[in-house]
Design a protein around this ligand. Sequence first.
Ligand code: GN1
Ligand code: MG
Length: 361
Amino acid sequence: MKTPEQLQAIASRFAIQGNILDIKPLGNGLINDTYLVVTDGPDHYVLQRINNAIFQDVELLQHNIDCATAHIRRKLADDPDIDRKVLTFIPCTATGKTYWTDGQTYWRVSVFIKDAYTYETVNPEYSYYCGKAFGAFEALLADIPDTLGETIPDFHNMELRARQLREAVAADPAGRVAEPEVQAILQDLQAYEEEMCKAERMYREGILPKRICHCDTKVNNMMFDADGNILCVIDLDTLMPSFVFSDFGDFLRTAANTVAEDDPAVDRVDFRMDIFEAFAKGYLESAGAFLTPVEKENLPYAACLFPYMQAVRFFADYINGDTYYKIKYPDHNLVRTRNQVALFHAALAKVPAMKAYIDSL
Ligand code: GN1
Ligand code: MG
């Protein structure tokens, strides 16, 4: 942890305007550390320590973000509210790059977007706007001239995630594999592994493309103005080539769950069809034009894949002794796993209804 004085010294390495009055923690991300930098200048700023244990190629990560924000800025040039519709990253005064490192930790600064709100839960109306916004985001980036790389190689590769779980089980570093509940969850997950890995097979067969996706389309990564209009998409670390399933499925994983992803009340977990329908409608309105039939017909699969993949990831972390996700209590990753397994089953039961709805549009 850095002291307020250290944080202030780091923020001062960037070309920010005004004097720094205060620096305080912001948000509740599981990966990076985020602070609000309060100034007496025209803008406040967001200071973030980029978790370079997870994002090992920060140069590539910021390259992706610089290219994407510049491309969106060009396309929205005529929008009077442009500064609230795309993030602005501040260069480091010494290097001109949009990050600074002391060789061990990596930092970046962006302009704090004024009068913007994020939400942890959404209603059908906001889900419709989110669907439109994420579809539009993919559409905006569909013709980006730059080459972007994978900031976490194979991030949403289900075959890799399944393999990582198997490796965690084989190593059993925290001695948790013998627990009867762990065994039961393993069996349940294994039964669906082949089916859930079908995206990678379709990619190898050449019938499924990769596109530039956000890959962390959680409700709380979307900013709204005071009237509830979408402003912009934030948290761009995972912006990278992926299947469109990433953006579609990961949004529903958080938004369509009746409870939070770490709610221990598993019997209250359900997959909300009203949220699915609203999001799918918005998404297909803005992304429908570029989606292939294979992508479109597999959107219900995507809605199942993401709770499944997240269950596998939380579970592998639990078995590994909680080395990846920040936890608030000892069994936190197991509680998250139970929740996501329940959500997966709830979604799976609704695949026929999802298909019928998409066909009806
Ligand atoms: C992480 O930190 P946050 O909440 O934006 C994770 C996502 C998971 C999510 C689960 C880089 O995102 O993939 O879905 O936690 N990001 C990374 O809450 O692993
Ligand atoms: Mg986030």
